[in-house]
Design a protein around this ligand. Structure first.
Ligand code: G3P
Ligand code: CA
Length: 248
């Protein structure tokens, strides 16, 4: 059965990459959550999509130039006034979480966690071993998938922990046309942009990897990918995908 992961928690309805959003995804009954990480100036792993605070918080500046204490001063919820569930007082208190805080939140729930390393802009020296150490301490027994558009990062994770599940993020079909190159990499899965999978109904059958598809929000596309029996669907509206899947 296709698994359903909440993209950045519940990005379509709650502030992305926040504990509030992750709690909501858990309430919906997701099989896993997807989140993004960067590293602060003082070497902490924080859960945020962009390399800067500007879009998703009321702060500004690069994560790499700020300490965790500085980042924690800003709200990670009060920029999302356009979302239907917006509640000023509650959402304003939301902060950029650390990876450790997310793992602590997830501790009672045996759901998967897809950690996307946002390392293509800055490599963040030592981020892989820090993440390995945090997940070893606080990850419990859950399945953790380490993904990135930046191949060296996930290969480093595999070197640190040969048991690690690593997935390459693919947003154009260039690499898919080089099967020999892919086959020589120790990849556990491919996380592919939805348009590539939707445009070729034989792709999933022909690829010898579990395929995780992102970011799938439209009913028609959800149905099509459920038909194709993809391994995982990542959605901003995981509740919609769960509903479609559970109706089948
Ligand atoms: O993990 C898949 C997807 O999240 C990659 O794109 O920009 O939403 O992080 P983005
Ligand atoms: Ca992501």
């Amino acid at each position: 059965m296709t698994k359903v992961y909440g993209h950045r928690g519940c990005k379509g309805t709650y502030p992305e990459n926040t504990l509030l959003g992750f709690r909501q995804a858990i309430k919906h009954g997701v099989d896993g959550i997807e989140l993004d990480i960067h590293m602060t100036k003082d070497g902490e792993i924080v859960v945020i999509h962009d390399e800067k605070l500007d879009r998703t918080t009321d702060g500004a500046g690069y994560i790499k130039d700020l300490t965790l204490e500085e980042i924690k001063q800003f709200s990670a919820g009060n920029q999302f006034t356009h979302l239907p569930n917006y509640q000023e007082e509650l959402w304003s208190q939301e902060r950029v979480p650390t990876l450790k805080e997310v793992l602590e939140l997830l501790a009672p729930y045996p759901i998967d966690l897809n950690i996307e390393f946002k390392t293509y802009m800055f490599e963040y020296e030592g981020i892989e071993s820090k993440v390995h150490s945090i997940v070893s301490q606080f990850g419990g027994q859950r399945k953790v998938i380490y993904s990135s558009f930046y191949l060296p990062t996930i290969l480093k994770m595999k070197k640190i922990n040969p048991e690690a599940t690593i997935a390459l993020l693919i947003h154009n079909d260039g690499l898919l046309n080089q099967p020999n190159y892919l086959q020589n990499l120790p990849l556990s899965a491919l996380n592919i942009a939805k348009d590539i999978v939707l445009s070729d109904s034989n792709l999933v059958k022909n690829l010898s990897y579990p395929i995780c598809v992102w970011t799938v929000n439209k009913e028609e596309e959800i149905k099509q990918l459920l038909e194709q029996n993809v391994e995982t669907i990542i959605s901003d509206f995981p509740e919609k995908v769960l509903h479609s899947r559970n109706e089948r």
